[in-house]
Structures are given as C-alpha cells and as structure tokens.
Ligand binder design. Structure first.
Ligand code: CO
Length: 132
C-alpha cells in the first residue's frame, strides 16, 4: 500500500473572491465551480493546468481547521493530496507504521472520501489521502 499519484496541491486563503483572479491570471484557465464541503467547513475551487490541480480553500466556519490554520500561519500552502487505491487500507497501513492521523476518513471534494495525516509525522506537511 502506497501513495498512487499526486491529486492536488492546496492553498488556504481567507477569501476565494480575492484569490481566484490571481490564480486565473497565473494559470490562464477558469476555476471549477465553487464547491462547499460541509464536513471540512470549507468552500473550494480547483484550477487544472496540464493535469496538475491547484485547490484554493476558503473556510466557511470559524471553527474549521482551515480557519485555525489561517489564524496561526496566514494564507499559504495547506496540504498535498495523493490518491490511494483503497482509503481505509491506506489509513490502516500508514497509522500502523507510526504516522499520525489528523482526521479520519470523511467526505471530501467531488464525492471522494478523504483522510489527513498530521504534519507532525510527515516532515511538516499535512497530507491528504484521497480515496477512489
Ligand atoms: Co485537498
């Protein structure tokens, strides 16, 4: 069991309205339709460039982890997301090997289930595991 492919790079921003024009300028493409992911307290859009996806995340709930991240660290790189063939098996495998789970499997963007590994155990980077 291992990471399968990079799914997206996520950037936390205080407001999509301000960040979307910047990433439209940078990428030259239109973002996906904004999606509300209630389970994570975020609204997000994706920019896709040559198969690489950039996710912009805006908190919708002041208690959400992304809102707390912005308070502590300001806007910036929030997580790397990798696809895994079997989310539950991947979570079991990585936690049994000593990595720390930051949040267990829950609904994510585009109907995928996702889980997060804590940056304490992954060299300082929050890792999102995206199931099939
Ligand atoms: Co993500």
């Amino acid at each position: 069991m291992s990471l399968f492919s990079l799914d997206h790079v996520a950037i936390a921003v205080p407001a999509l309205d301000a960040a979307v024009p910047v990433y439209r300028l940078l990428t030259g493409v239109e973002p996906s339709t904004a999606e509300l992911v209630e389970a994570q307290g975020v609204e997000l859009v994706f920019f896709t460039v040559d198969g690489c996806r950039i996710e912009l995340l805006q908190p919708t709930d002041p208690e959400s982890p992304v809102a707390r991240f912005l308070e502590r660290r300001g806007a910036g790189m929030h997580h790397l997301a990798f696809r895994v063939p079997d989310l539950d098996a991947a979570v079991r495998h990585f936690t049994e090997a000593g990595l720390e789970l930051a949040s267990p499997p829950r609904p994510g963007a585009h109907g995928h289930r996702v889980a997060f590994l804590h940056p304490r155990s992954t060299g300082g980077v929050l890792i999102e595991l995206v199931g099939a």
